[in-house]
Design a protein around this ligand. Structure first.
Ligand SMILES: [Zn+2]
Length: 77
């Protein structure tokens, strides 16, 4: 189990069943493989329940942060 303090101040943990997710690219997913094999290829992601940032823990310990964006609407023609 790992935990970090999110930029919003909340503590996020990689063992929270509601906010821990696993990401696969289309290429990684589009294969004949068992669920456990796919699980092994997936990237673990943790969502902060307070601010909805996504945190990715890399194997080398470096964290990548993705921040929820604001509503962006294309310019009217
Ligand atoms: Zn947060």
């Amino acid at each position: 189990m790992a935990k970090i303090r999110c930029m919003c101040g909340n503590i996020v943990r990689d063992d929270d069943p509601h906010d821990t997710m696993y990401f696969l690219t289309d290429d990684e997913f589009d294969v004949e493989a068992s669920g456990s094999a796919l699980f092994g290829k997936a990237t673990g992601v943790v969502r902060c329940p307070e601010c909805e940032r996504l945190w990715i823990w890399a194997d080398d310990g470096v964290l990548t942060e993705y921040v929820k964006g604001e509503v962006i609407r294309p310019d009217e023609p």
